[in-house]
Design a protein around this ligand. Structure first.
Ligand code: ADP
Ligand code: MG
Length: 297
């Protein structure tokens, strides 16, 4: 196991930030740690990385106990903190070199890491001159320097613009090919875009631990459709796999199917066979979203 967490609880004075949390993550998994603000994600990550040591329970990373063998565990962890402190006056390379020196990492091919995280065009600049997206790349490069088995990324895309988000997601996917990754987010689409598995946390408790594939297979599918004419519900009822329907406007319907198969072409054919034109046809991928809402409100 890359990460093992057993019955972990954490109090900040009287406030319970984590309440009997247990999970384990296998080597090579990319896991999304999803939960609303204040759920306990950062606290869990600070415990996993050895920055918070006063907690109850057992934690090991790369089979090293985080309290009893902290240095060994940390050698296997790359950490991108939520508010990543960067030295804005330093140049990118200088900063990475500085980290190599203070952590006594020896001979590290910084240039290769700069290429890997896509920093090459900005590598000659001062960190303070970089956009937030490139600063995150510097943070990820820093987390990769010692080639750790496990990457812990605390909200790596929060505060980035849409293009930067896509780029950082792609980077996480890329580095996740040969690492175990746990990243936190409060955006469920992020989980769908990136990972195999989701751990959902709310009020300090793990409320779901699901495989994304499983989740997708079990899901219902919702389609929004608009025809050019009004039709009777008896016609709508003839569409196969239909579980529920709602006539939202005159000619607009929301159709719920109990299948994960893409039903758009069936709805389209239905319209054509009944002499209707399809003016709008959208799938709404509801499952993770509804699960998130259900479990966090
Ligand atoms: P998340 O990262 O999911 O937003 P956090 O782990 O940061 O959640 O916080 C969990 C809970 O613990 C929140 O209610 C937060 O206010 C509280 N908390 C976090 N850090 C501290 C701290 N240093 N002192 C007191 N309370 C804290
Ligand atoms: Mg946080």
């Amino acid at each position: 196991m890359s990460i093992e967490v057993l019955n972990v609880s954490k109090l900040y004075s009287s406030q319970k930030a984590l309440d009997n949390v247990s999970f384990s993550i296998k080597k090579g998994e990319i896991v999304g740690f999803l939960g609303p603000n204040g759920a306990g994600k950062s606290t869990m990550m600070k415990i996993l990385t050895g920055f918070i040591t006063d907690f109850e329970g057992e934690v090991s990373v790369a089979n090293f106990n985080i309290l009893k063998a902290k240095i060994e565990a940390q050698k296997n962890i790359g950490y991108l903190p939520e508010h990543n402190p960067l030295y804005v006056e330093m140049y990118v390379k200088e900063y990475l070199q500085f980290l190599v020196e203070i952590h006594k990492l020896g001979n590290i091919a910084i240039e290769d890491i700069i290429i890997k995280v896509g920093l090459t065009p900005e590598a000659h600049k001062k960190i303070g001159q970089l956009s937030k997206g490139y600063r995150q790349r510097v943070g990820i490069a820093a987390a990769l320097l010692h080639n750790p088995e496990v990457l812990i990324l605390d909200e790596p895309t929060t505060g980035l613009d849409p293009n930067q988000i896509t780029e950082i997601r792609n980077l996480i996917k890329e580095v996740g090919k040969d690492k175990t990754v746990l990243f936190s987010t409060h955006i469920m689409q992020e989980v769908e875009a990136l990972c195999d598995r989701v751990l959902l946390i709310n009020n300090g408790k793990i409320v779901a631990d699901k495989n994304l594939k499983e989740l997708k297979e079990n899901q219902e599918q919702v389609i929004e459709v608009e025809f050019d004419l009004k039709i009777e519900k008896q016609f709508i009822e003839t569409i196969p796999y239909l579980k529920a329907f709602n006539n939202t406007h005159d000619t607009s319907w929301v159709l719920t199917f109990n299948t994960s198969k893409d039903m758009r072409s069936i709805v389209f054919d239905f319209a054509q066979n009944n002499g209707l034109k399809t003016l709008k046809l959208n799938t709404i991928n509801k499952n993770l979203e509804s699960l998130f809402k259900e479990l966090t409100t």
